[in-house]
Design a binder for this molecule. Structure first.
Ligand code: ATP
Ligand code: MG
Length: 250
């Protein structure tokens, strides 16, 4: 379970998170929606301790993330797969090495036999052919690069998966492929997931529950039905804006 309690974070004078409460139950997939610049990535980075809160607590798997010692934090991080917003693949390494890099257990990382099995298995899980392993990131399409980013995140068999905008910049067809992948991984691996997105359509397709971040707070966290029936002005404005956006009309 992931729990954010009354989380506050500012950078200098800029208040980004202003009392965020957010929960993800075991096995659940929660989509986190919000306009660009509202602090979605900042929120996600608190879950695996990449950022430290000014006020508030983050509890993951019963552990209080802000008070973990370095070693405990790296242990926790090995149970959290993180799909970075920009992909964060190493351009000079081929796909095999990029996925292998997702193994935080050094014994497994250094085991040639293990990696020879595990890398193709991760490629299979994200619907890529085994021979993709030999390619460099520059030789892949945008959608394939996103999938390699997911393959790296799942390499260490994490209990939690955090996706930061896995479908941004993709055409609707490739976005659907990634959305299906998120669902498939939740079902096949039983992982607990948070998917940051500004795509309402994708969020509705994939998530058990949805949360909307506005003005540093979660305006609503609930089911699709609760979203559509909500009287909250932020929720209504966000949904209206989205359904007017023709990019989702296809
Ligand atoms: N390390 C940092 N130092 C200073 N300011 C930061 C830092 N990280 C984020 N910010 C600021 O916090 C705000 C929220 O950023 P964040 O990246 O979380 O937005 P976002 O909701 O993920 O947006 P997008 O949808 O465009 O990815 C922005 O104004 C950003 O400039
Ligand atoms: Mg972001």
């Amino acid at each position: 379970m992931i729990e954010l309690r009354d989380l506050h974070k500012r950078f200098g004078e800029q208040v980004v998170l202003d009392g965020v409460d957010f929960t993800v139950m075991e096995g659940e997939t929660v989509a986190l929606l919000g306009e660009s610049g509202t602090g979605k990535s900042v929120l996600l980075k608190h879950i695996n301790g990449l950022l430290h809160p000014d006020v508030g607590d983050i509890v993951v798997d019963g552990k209080h993330v802000p008070s973990l010692k370095r070693r405990e934090l790296s242990e926790l991080r090995s149970s959290i797969g993180y799909v970075f917003q920009n992909g964060a693949l190493f351009d000079s390494m081929n796909v095999f090495e990029n996925i292998r890099f997702g193994l935080s257990d050094m014994d497994l990382y250094n085991s040639v036999d293990y990696c020879r099995d595990r890398v193709p298995e991760c490629l299979r899980l994200v619907n890529l052919e085994p021979d993709v392993a030999k390619k460099l990131p520059a030789e892949l399409s945008g959608g394939m690069r996103k999938r390699v980013g997911v393959a790296r995140a799942i390499a260490g068999q994490p209990k939690y998966l955090l996706y930061d905008e896995p479908t941004s910049g993709l055409d609707p067809l490739n976005a659907d492929i990634i959305d299906n992948l998120v669902t498939h991984l939740a079902e096949e691996l039983g992982v607990t997931s948070v998917m940051v997105t500004h795509d309402v359509r994708g969020a509705f397709r994939v998530a058990d529950r949805i949360a909307l971040l506005t003005n540093g707070k979660i305006a609503l966290q609930g089911t699709q039905k609760e979203f559509l029936e909500s009287d909250d002005e932020h929720v209504k404005a966000f949904l209206e804006r989205d359904f007017e956006d023709t990019s989702y009309a296809a």
